[in-house]
Design a protein around this ligand. Structure first.
Ligand code: NDP
Length: 308
């Protein structure tokens, strides 16, 4: 993709930052956010990107150009776990404002989540038509806010005639931000804390490296439509969380402890049929991707297997 004028929210985050950096090479990229981390903002502007303050909870978009060709909406207000009114209102209203402001765009991509699916048991591979209503005991406001925002996105796509994709992201991981589930759990291992797993099994996931995410964003824009196109956005491989972290333990030499618990950080495997038909396959296999993510977050790490 080249010569486009692109607007990105959440560009300081784990998911959208590598996308912004990749697109900034050949496009005019604008990033909206609070930029509490001044270093992150400077690193974006150093790469030629424009930044503009926008707090989703409070701000309108007056003064922002409205001739963007493509929009990636990745920012999220996950909420505090208890205030559902806040999670629904902040995300939905901000998204409505954003889509209205960018109504002339060629396409709009909203990053949603598989956490909105109603839980169907450990081995289920979720499809786009599965029942909704994920509960996420670890942060109950999160799936509610995301599902409400999907409704907002569908409504504005239809009423504005704005071609849109709603991509329900699986476990994203890579070099930026918190690094994603493999890095978060590795930090837990380093602290000597066991990883909580469900009784009698393990959660599955379809992890996707941010290199694949960055490559696929323009493809997802290309798949946008009215009504909004909904697609599961995960990696090609299904991996158990216990197996994933056992691999991390193997390459780092750090012991992985597991404990069975009632409340766990649930992940979910995807049926990727629709995504593969729309935009094709992923390129980063999970073992290579996880090693690269570890190398980026822990450059001093000495390992039995080369990380990158
Ligand atoms: P991060 O927590 O890394 O980043 C969150 C981003 O949201 C930051 O860039 C932050 O910007 C922005 N943000 C938060 N609150 C506000 C606000 N009030 N106003 C403006 N911007 C705000 O998130 P991820 O990169 O991990 O997630 C990106 C998207 O992907 C989210 O929509 C999430 O739901 C979805 N997702 C992520 C998955 C993952 O594995 N990471 C899995 C499934 C879905 P700032 O720094 O400027 O405050």
């Amino acid at each position: 993709m080249a010569g486009k004028k692109i607007l990105i929210t959440g560009a300081t985050g784990q998911v959208a930052r590598p996308v912004a950096e990749a697109l900034a090479k050949d496009n005019e990229v604008w990033c909206l956010g609070r930029f509490g981390d001044a270093t992150a903002e400077r690193e974006l502007t150093d790469q030629g990107m424009h930044t503009r303050r926008w707090d989703m909870a409070t701000d309108g978009l007056g003064g922002l150009p409205d001739d963007f060709t493509h929009v990636l909406h990745s920012a999220v207000h996950r909420g505090d776990g208890t205030d559902f009114e806040d999670a629904v209102a902040v995300n939905s209203v901000a998204t409505g404002r954003l889509m209205t402001h960018c109504r002339r765009a060629e396409s709009f991509l909203y990053v949603s989540t598989g956490a909105i699916y109603a839980s169907q048991g450990l081995d289920h591979h979720y499809t786009e038509t599965d029942p909704l209503g994920g509960r996420a005991p670890w942060l109950p406001t999160y799936p509610v806010g995301k599902l409400a925002t999907e409704g907002t996105v569908r409504a504005f796509a239809a009423t504005l005639g704005l071609p849109t994709t709603i991509a329900r992201l699986n476990v994203a991981y890579g070099p930026y931000g918190h690094g994603g589930v493999p890095v978060l759990f590795y930090r837990q291992m380093l602290a000597g804390r066991p990883i909580e797993v469900p009784r009698g099994g393990q959660h599955l996931c379809s992890p996707i490296h941010t290199d694949d995410i960055a490559r696929q964003v323009p493809l997802l824009w290309g798949a946008a439509g009215v009504p909004a196109q909904v697609v599961n956005w995960g990696g090609d491989e299904t991996v158990g969380i216990r197996d994933l972290m056992a691999y991390v333990s193997e390459v780092t030499g750090t012991p992985a402890g597991f404990t069975e618990a009632e409340v766990t950080r649930e992940t979910y495997a995807y049926d990727n049929t629709r995504r593969r038909a729309l935009i094709g396959d992923c390129r980063v296999d999970w073992r290579t991707g996880v090693r690269r993510a570890l190398a980026a977050h822990f450059p001093q790490l000495e390992t039995s297997t080369p990380l990158s």
